[in-house]
Design a protein around this ligand. Sequence first.
Ligand code: CMP
Length: 441
Amino acid sequence: MIRFLERHRFRWDVAIFVLTVVSAIEIPLELVLGVSLDRKAYVFEILTAALFSADILLRLLYPERTDARQPKDPRLLRLNYLKGRFLMDLSAALPWTLLVGPVVYRPDGMPDLLTWHSLDLLSLFRLLRVFDFTRKVENRASVNPSLMRLFVQLFWVALAAHWFACGWYYLQGDATPGKQAENFLKAFYWVSTTITTIGYGDITPKTNVQILYTICVQVMGAGFYGFLIGNMASLLANLDITRTRFREKMDQISAFITHYRLPDNLQTSIRRYYTHLWEVKRGQDDVEVLHDLPQLLKTEVQLFLNRPIVEKVPFLKDASEKLIRDIVLNLTPRVAIPGEIIFRQGDSGAEVFFISRGSVEVLSGDGKQVFAQFGEGNFFGEIALLLDTPRTATIRATDYCDLYFITKTTFDAIISDEPEFTARLRQIALERQKINQDRGL
Ligand code: CMP
């Protein structure tokens, strides 16, 4: 049962959230329109009350820990709930519309709000669930927190506008049958022009109460609206923070290029390099991003990101799981641009490289002969490491390359307990070396 609930609890929360929103719109509206319940509305009221009561029961039976500061013990969680939100949730769950008695009408045909009937508004405590729900959604993967905040703010402003409109409709006191929808639309129009401080002045307050109400809506609305617009600007800028940061970096580089009047071909190479970085890694430095993570999470992320690189290497197909894991965890990225010499023949060798994307050519020391072309899934640089010689060839990138390397010390440590693998690798190294020797190099 618990497992079933865990799996479906989010769906349940979504349903309760939708119901909450419907209640928040419908309850004030019904109140000011003075609607008496018909059979359908009756059923809806009972159903909603039943679902909210079931939600309370669920919270009591299977309390959820939504915050790291909350106790782990379910009994303590339950006690906290009972001491805190329980009463509010309970009053929100009751079918007030059915309990509070019929609507009492004033002589002008409008409902009288100064009666028990207005207790119906207690159901608005249901809105507390919006906070629970948004917190849960924020903690879920694949939700952009900035976008989420923007939606939440828009939601509250739209809801407040609806409530203000209900209030204005009521204060207008026009209960002419058949004109309710039109009057409400006008009320909503009045609210939207007032809170956005446009105020065309076509609908103006007449009575003292209306003037006071208008002042309140103006002050609150202007505050809300200003807050929303201000936040919207910064949220939109933050929505794609990586892109913004990358653009800033590009601006900085453009300023640098212009200041030093770099030659055209160099400018193009620099720009292309950054475009490549953006396309491949969204301009992020993986090492920097992962830096703050605890070791365990860092390892898991590295395994997830680097495993496909290793899986591309046919030579590692039959390698043991431990060896693959060790390699995956020790790969360091390096990007090479077309024409870049990764190392030269005769250099001392300190790393073995794997090609994740792009291609390189293996050249003779003078660069005149091409021994081989390597692409995705190939590796190079093993001869110097295994046979303790200087580099036997020069390696030049022929394309934008995403390379990953392992340093000699780490590589030695990794292969030390893999005699079979080392022998196979040694075999390849010797074969490649022999080809070069046969060529008289
Ligand atoms: P290393 O000698 O460390 O550095 C140059 C690398 O080029 C070498 O390791 C091999 O990985 C690779 N290499 C050298 N000669 C050949 C060849 N003839 N065929 C394929 N690869 C080679």
